[in-house]
Design a protein. Structure first.
Lengths: 393, 334
């Protein structure tokens, strides 16, 4: 009798252990710098969890799927202070996470990539748009989810050319990243047949972005700054540093539209995007975070979803198996952009349509109709295979 | 010589006359007429099409963002999911107006009625749930937790299994309709939109919009046994986005709407080979057969029209302008 009971208990334990086999744990890290980026517009000031909130939503989405596959995703966040060493932090995070979503400046990202090369931890670059990270400084253990400057510039240029606004007045900020964006815009103009009729530099002379005297001074400065320009169709501003571009619309000497860093802006995502089922992710995001979803949130969401997608396809949590699948030819991900997104195999950059937004609405989505390509129209945006300087491995 | 010619001419003339009469007779004899209801996602209307005249005979105002649309089993009512109003509205076919609504759960998109027409299963996109509704009592019977963004819904011919597809989870969930629990999850390609059973229960087909394929699943083994892919010369593979599926009752021919590829693929449903592509309107999504299966009607979102396909001839014979962004369709006898 007792023997029977023991056998029965043993059997029931065996049964429950089969049913409740411990889920496969898949650790994803999020590595970013602390501090908030400066913005001219108060409504565009990023939230403290900008980016991270997108990754969190994707982890939730991955877990909804994971419960059917016995996979459980976790997210660990590390925010670096100014003096903290990124290589050390990345290595520590990699102890627990096979995948790290990075929102780091270019040099930091390279340090992290070099520190993790031996270990084979995969970095998903969600924040840095520098072309060099996908070209001369590319790394085999870094997948780029964020678009590049040249993809953004090409997306804008295609639309402006389609609109027949081909004469550009280019105004460039005085900081390094402004100049890099200007380089991308010049390249785009040449590529798609626009003409830069004149270039002007807007010197950052310092000073506060917010003052109580408000717009009075700006209203005097900007018309003067933009007067006596040769005939042009659109003012294109390169101001990643957020010093002047948002002051331009409605204040130019000639009545002309503004594009680039203000006015019509190319971006990977916007809270107004509601096509291709996007309303569903916008609703999910807003419910979870009580705020709008930004481009950085979307880039981080996509990065974490890519890990989830590869884990469910391979039915594995093994970092190597998942990374190999991500880099393989069968990988694609759906990210509310109306078509599947794939990786450029020569530099591990995610192909993606780029939205053109005016701050309140999505005006258009590039690539524009008529810009053709022999492989994928998405490769009309950014550096293409024949021009790449990247050598993986 | 001349006489011969004259006689020839006469013969030809007689021929033409006879032929013309026949053609006229054929045109005048109405194929049994049916009524198609088309949901127009952007206009917030339902267009009513008479399949005899191939004309819109009425436009019914409904709630916001109408998508999934289905006749009740008795043919007296049409259910239409109005996602942005979080409900399913009931159109009285005799009155041709909205007379009631069902408590559907948030953002209903597609739904399936059981064989008796008594229980309605609704996919709630916003909530990762399938809601079960008692149609007569207008009451919610329960909910089933599924994957992220549930969309496609289909009930097996024996009524035992409900299929729900979830767009971001990329699965077809097999739900036991008695216990209301998930019994299997089958992974398919990205963004599964629609599920359709063969009448003999031998296969269930699931379309993947972003993946660009149709997965053929064996309902007994609950495994993907075949993937159908599509190739159209001159079109990038990203533009081929399968959504709606129509299958003839005999299970021999299937039609797959390819979205922005603006085409319907004709598939030999036995060999699973694509035999033909029919050019229809822009961004074709869903479709419905006339009950006699002579015609198949498709909703073309971007061109705001409906294409009529002659099923036997496999030809598009007509285009009918409807409201803005036509989405779903249901057809019954008047």
């Amino acid at each position: 009798m007792i023997r029977c009971l023991v056998a029965a208990i043993g059997l029931s334990i065996a049964a429950t252990s089969v049913l409740a086999a411990a889920p496969i744990e898949i650790g994803v890290g999020y590595l970013g710098r602390a501090g908030i980026k400066a913005k001219l517009s108060l409504v565009e000031l990023p939230a403290e969890n900008d980016g991270l909130a997108g990754a969190r939503l994707a982890i939730e989405d991955n877990n909804t799927t994971g419960k059917f596959l016995n996979q459980r995703f976790t997210l660990e966040e590390v925010r670096l202070r100014d003096d903290e060493d990124v290589a050390k932090a990345a290595a520590a995070l990699a102890e627990r996470s096979g995948f790290i979503i990075a929102d780091l400046p270019a040099d930091d990202l390279l340090k992290a990539a070099n520190a993790l090369r031996e270990r084979g931890t995969l970095l998903l670059n969600a924040g840095a748009i520098d072309d060099r990270l996908r070209e001369q400084d590319c790394r085999a253990n870094v997948i780029h989810v964020a678009p590049t400057r040249s993809m953004l510039a090409d997306a804008l240029a295609q639309y402006l050319v389609w609109k027949q606004w081909k004469r550009w007045l280019l105004v460039v900020g005085s900081h390094d990243q402004d100049k890099l964006y200007a380089d991308a815009l010049r390249r785009a103009a040449t590529r798609f047949g626009a003409k830069i009729v004149q270039e002007r530099t807007f010197e950052d002379t310092g000073g506060a972005r917010r003052t109580d005297s408000g717009v009075t001074l700006i209203q005097r400065q900007i018309p003067v700054f933009t007067q006596q320009a040769p005939a042009y169709d659109v003012l294109v501003a390169a101001d990643e540093s957020e010093v002047f571009a948002s002051y331009l619309p409605y204040r130019t000497w000639d009545p002309r539209p503004v594009a680039g860093s203000a006015g019509l802006v190319p971006t990977s995502w916007h809270a107004a995007q509601d096509q291709w089922g996007a309303i569903q992710i916008q609703n999910r995001f807003a419910k979870l975070n009580l705020r709008h979803m930004t481009a950085l949130d979307m880039q981080a969401w996509t990065a974490a979803r890519m890990v989830g997608e590869a884990a469910s396809r391979t039915k594995s949590g093994d970092p190597k198996a998942v990374s190999d699948f991500l880099r393989g030819k069968d990988f694609s991900v759906a990210a509310f952009k109306g078509r599947r997104l794939t990786l450029r195999d020569w530099n591990l950059q995610l192909r993606q349509p780029i939205l053109l937004v005016d701050g309140r609405m999505v005006v258009s989505v590039s690539p524009q109709e008529g810009f053709l390509h022999q492989v994928s129209e998405l490769d009309t945006l950014g550096a293409d295979r024949p021009e790449t300087k990247c050598k993986l491995n | 010589m001349q006489a011969e010619l004259k006689e020839d001419g006469l013969r030809i003339w007689r021929h033409c006359l006879l032929f013309g009469m026949a053609a006229w007779l054929a045109a005048a004899t109405p194929a049994s007429a049916f009524i198609a209801y088309v949901s127009n996602e952007k206009s917030n209307t339902v267009s009513v099409i008479d399949t005899n005249s191939w004309a819109v005979i009425k436009t019914i105002k409904v709630g916001q963002r109408p998508r999934g649309i289905e006749f009740t089993r008795d043919g007296k009512f049409v259910f239409v999911a109005v996602g942005d109003d979080d409900s399913i509205q009931v159109i009285d076919v005799a009155k041709q107006e909205v007379v009631d609504s069902l408590p559907s759960g948030p953002d209903p998109e597609l739904f399936a009625l059981d064989a008796d027409g008594k229980i309605l299963y609704v996919a709630n996109e916003n909530d990762n749930t399938v809601t079960i509704i008692d149609v007569e009592k207008r009451a919610r019977l329960g909910e089933i937790q599924v994957g992220v963004e549930p969309e496609g819904m289909a009930i097996s011919p024996d009524g035992k299994i409900l299929i729900n597809t979830s767009e971001t989870t990329n699965m077809a969930h097999f739900i036991d309709t008695t216990t209301r629990e998930i019994v299997a999850n089958v992974l398919v390609d990205a963004r599964p939109r629609y599920a359709e059973f063969k009448r003999d229960n031998s296969e269930v087909w699931v379309s993947s919009e972003i993946g660009g394929t149709v997965s053929v699943i064996d309902p007994a083994k609950r495994e993907v046994t075949k993937k159908i892919s599509f190739e159209i010369p001159g079109l990038r593979s990203e533009a081929i986005q399968p959504v709606g599926i129509g299958m003839t009752k005999d299970g021999k021919t299937a039609f797959v709407a390819l979205g922005p590829a603006n085409r319907i693929a004709v598939v030999d449903a036995v060999s699973h080979k694509v035999t033909k592509y029919l050019l229809v309107g822009q961004r074709v999504w869903h479709m419905a057969f006339t009950p006699d299966e002579k015609y198949l009607l498709t909703t073309n979102g971007v061109s705001n029209d409906v294409s009529v396909i002659d099923v036997a001839a496999q030809k598009v014979i007509k285009t009918i302008q409807v409201g803005e962004l036509p989405w779903g369709m249901t057809i019954a006898q008047p």
